[in-house]
Ligand binder design. Structure first.
Ligand code: NAI
Length: 684
């Protein structure tokens, strides 16, 4: 049978040590074992107090999330906590390591909390679209006040032992378990009274909470869990605890089945499965990666260099001229200094990272690099030149990666005699911030180079998703079709501000036209010009704007007007006239387009393209595409990504819409065979 706990009697203390590897997840069997041991200690007159702790790095990582979908068994965590609270003897907890979610709530069900130096506390429920459901929202405010509790509940961020002590969560930080037991024994011998946290009075007043809640509500884009979290903490001030606990439990159950929570659970699991590579075994030996080189110290190269330095990997940046190199290195230094000035990085850490980045104007400096990432201008002849020179200088076995976003990596690889080592590492701007990394395997990329690059991606703090070579890879190929549909809808009768509002209401931070204005209409224009005529759906209005020098925010006008450098655009009557003119030229009679049509046509374009991408083997699974949009394009986790949204809507309905659009609108709606197959299976 699985070992769940260890018990020990030491002096007046009955000790329960959770021992359920790997993380002491609080499944029903562990809950039952703690409950039985506590009951036995309560019945033993020689024992004066119960001590609850964990072992190793984990106190408890919280609920067993597999139980969320399979249903739970008694005793529930709330039953166990009530039992500890109703006992006759104090229960003291020693948090030895990670105490997240239910693990933290279990601690708050005890009378006193001691911390070991490695303790880390958090309520990560918000990241899965929920709030703590076993008393956390009522007891944490009683210990530290509503505003501070709210911050922990709504950010989901872990706090360390020092911070927890400073906030007033714990009695003390103690060096190790033996010391903690010594301190607790002394307290018990001196007559330690019971002090259930649930019986404390919340310090401060409810008015402070309202002001503290405002920024979270504003930034949450209407997330239900955030609203409920604020409401819950408010109840700690005004509602009797048993009533509030019942409300919290009911709300937890309700949120658990909400579409937002389902979406966030989907992304949680999708991010984990994205690491698996179907034809590359998990135990593939990895190449040693101890040093990196970057070619090109522009926007992307400098950001990528910082990713390596952040992970403690020395990185050498190459530029063609000293002046540009100096500028690039200065930008890196400034970024770290500004992080230090804002308190996001210690002085030592900032200096260490700056020191890890060196530079040269001689490519030969990369002779010993384990990996080189090329981020020079986006032109095949320039890339060819760089890769043939890398082939000449780099050591055997070095990985040669390109950050190209539009070029054929198979062709880039042809510039070398080692195509097996050539791979795409497609970062997203700003590279040191955006989590997504598309790892692009080319036809000849060796499996161990793929496995190594995926592992390295994680090591430098990214969420790597494996894709194959095609125009735009996975993310941009889907995104461009989303944008194209928005253009077509505008020519049919919608206006830019209507399209944008549909998507901000849906949960995106910005609509597609505002994004174009931010990125610069000249960027897309140049790419389209380089590619030649786009039939049958040219971005006519966008091209006209670019040709008129209206590039968006940076020129004060684009799809919107930006009076006096404003960051939020206002509708521009001239743009409306231009759009009407384009419709007229194309012989289109403008009509009222509904918000629903805008939402579905733009999203289903992406979804159909997404299924084509999987069908062609460019991506391994549809959930990878959701990971791409959530981590690279700022899409809201609470929607779970475009593919998940289609699955939630019902693939049969999505496929029927797409078939209708194919008939009514045009050939770019040809349904993906894989989508039709899945829709049939889902509809059966
Ligand atoms: P950039 O123009 O800011 O930087 C390119 C740098 O490469 C310049 O500093 C240039 O002097 C240098 N360079 C050119 N030829 C060189 C050579 N032979 N040796 C050494 N250095 C050389 O361009 P950016 O935006 O950083 O783009 C670089 C690459 O990243 C391109 O392939 C681009 O498509 C890709 N990319 C860009 C993204 C973006 O949002 N800007 C996003 C993802 C990929």
């Amino acid at each position: 049978m699985e070992k769940l706990i260890d018990t020990e009697i030491r002096g007046p203390l009955g000790i329960i040590r959770m021992q359920r590897p790997p993380v002491n997840a609080l499944g029903y069997a562990l809950r039952g074992a703690i409950s039985d041991a506590h009951r036995a200690f309560e019945a033993d007159p020689a024992i004066k107090a119960t001590v609850l702790t964990g072992d190793g790095k984990f106190f408890s990582a919280g609920a067993d999330i597999t139980e969320f979908d399979t249903g739970r068994k008694k005793p529930y965590l709330t039953d166990l906590i009530a039992q500890l609270e109703e006992g006759s003897k104090p229960v003291v907890v020693i948090i030895n390591g990670i105490a997240y979610g239910g693990g933290f709530e279990l601690s708050l069900g005890c009378d006193y909390i001691y911390l070991l130096p490695g303790a880390k506390l958090a309520f990560p429920e918000i990241n899965l679209g929920n709030i703590p459901g076993a008393g956390g929202t009522q007891k944490l405010p009683r210990l530290i006040g509503g505003p501070k509790a709210l911050d922990i509940i709504l950010t989901g961020k872990p706090i360390g032992a020092e911070k927890a002590l400073e906030l007033g969560i714990a009695e003390a930080i103690v060096a190790d378990e033996d010391d903690a037991l010594g301190v607790i024994t002394a307290a018990v011998n001196a007559g330690l009274p019971r002090r259930p946290i649930r019986d404390l009075t919340v310090p401060g007043s409810a008015d402070e909470l309202e002001a503290a809640a405002e920024p979270y509500l504003r930034k949450s884009r209407g997330a239900l869990a955030v609203r409920k979290g604020v409401e819950a903490v408010g109840m700690a001030y005004s509602v009797p605890i048993d009533e509030a606990l019942q409300w919290e439990r009911d709300t937890f159950q309700e949120l658990n089945v909400s579409s937002e929570a389902r979406a966030q659970r989907h992304i949680f699991f999708a991010e984990r499965s994205a690491r698996k590579i179907e034809d590359v075994p998990a135990d593939t030996p990895l190449r040693q990666m101890d040093s990196a080189g970057i070619v090109g110290a522009g926007t992307m190269g400098t950001g990528i260099a910082m990713c390596f330095a952040n992970a403690g990997i020395p990185v050498c940046v190459i530029e063609q001229e000293q002046e540009r190199l100096d500028q690039g290195l200065a930008r890196i230094r400034q970024t770290y200094e500004s992080m230090r000035d804002k308190g996001r990085l210690s002085t030592e850490a900032a200096e260490e990272r700056i020191a890890l980045v060196t530079g040269s104007v001689d490519l030969a400096a990369l002779a010993d690099a384990d990996i080189v990432v090329e981020a020079v201008f986006e032109a095949m002849d320039v890339k060819h030149d760089v890769f043939s020179r890398l082939d000449a200088v780099c050591k055997a076995g070095a990985i040669l990666a390109t950050n190209t976003s539009t070029l054929d990596i198979n062709k880039i690889a042809e510039a070398t005699d080692r195509p097996q080592d050539v791979i795409g590492m497609h970062f997203f701007s700003p590279a040191h911030i955006m989590k997504l990394l598309e790892v692009v395997r080319a036809d000849k990329t060796e499996k161990d180079a793929i496995a190594t690059t995926m592992a390295l991606g994680q090591r430098i703090g990214k969420i790597p998703v494996l894709v194959g070579v095609c125009d735009g890879f996975a993310g941009n190929r889907m995104f461009i079709n989303f944008n194209r549909e928005a253009q077509i809808l505008i020519e049919e009768g919608a206006l830019p501000w209507q399209v944008d509002k549909v998507f901000t209401d849906w949960g995106l931070a910005m609509g597609p036209l505002s994004v174009m204005d931010l990125a610069g209409l000249d960027v897309g224009y140049r790419i389209r010009q380089a590619r030649g005529p786009q039939t049958p759906y040219p971005f006519t209005t966008a091209d006209r704007l670019a040709e008129a020098g209206k590039y968006g925010q940076k020129t004060g006008s684009g799809w919107y007007l930006y009076p006096e450098g404003a960051r939020r655009g206002v509708p521009d009557p001239d743009v409306e006239k231009l759009i009407e003119e384009v419709s007229r030229e194309k012989g289109i009679t403008r009509r009222a387009v509904s918000d629903e049509e805008i939402l579905h046509r733009c999203l289903w374009q992406m979804v159909n393209t997404g299924y084509q991408i999987v069908e062609e083997g460019i991506a391994q699974r549809t959930s990878d595409l959701d990971v791409i949009f959530v981590n690279g394009y700022g899409w809201p986790r609470m929607r779970g990504g475009p593919m998940f949204y289609a699955q939630e809507t019902g693939l049969a309905r999505v496929a029927a819409d797409i078939a209708r659009y194919h008939e009514e609108i045009g050939p770019h709606w040809k349904p993906s065979a894989l989508l039709l197959e899945k829709a049939k299976a889902a509809g059966a």
